[in-house]
Design a protein around this ligand. Sequence first.
Ligand code: FES
Length: 162
Amino acid sequence: MKNKVITNERREFLKKAGIFIGVGLTATSVSSLLTSCEKNQYIVMPPPVTYNLKLADYPGLATIGSTVNVKFTYNKFDYNLLITKLDATKYSVLDPICTHAGCQVGPVSGKDELVCPCHHVAFSTIDGKVIKDPIAGTWTPKPLTSYTSTFDAGNNILKLNI
Ligand code: FES
């Protein structure tokens, strides 16, 4: 009988000790996880490169005023760009990530603007500047990131400096 009482006390002790250790380990794990997140937060940006885009692969860019979302991988980095044909030899090259909160902007048919689906800010397809700002006063408007490009007519290549 005495053994049974000791066993129950022991069981209760182990139960409490288990809860105590479990809470301690959880607190330690969360703490170390947060610490490791703080230490390792970084984004790997691709180095600047010149990429030769074969325009024959993008028939959507044949018409002046047309905008195409171009995605490709180069040197193990993924690129996503909005390219608009401005005239026979000039193109705009813009990062489609909205400078407000990171949604992806897209072209509007028949207009020289790229609109963000999240809060409807509109950017110019020509230079990425903010042209409509329905959330004015809540943020500091910034243009889309733009890149320079050079058209090589002989080879029908657009050299992207990204
Ligand atoms: S994320 Fe684009 S307007 Fe807000």
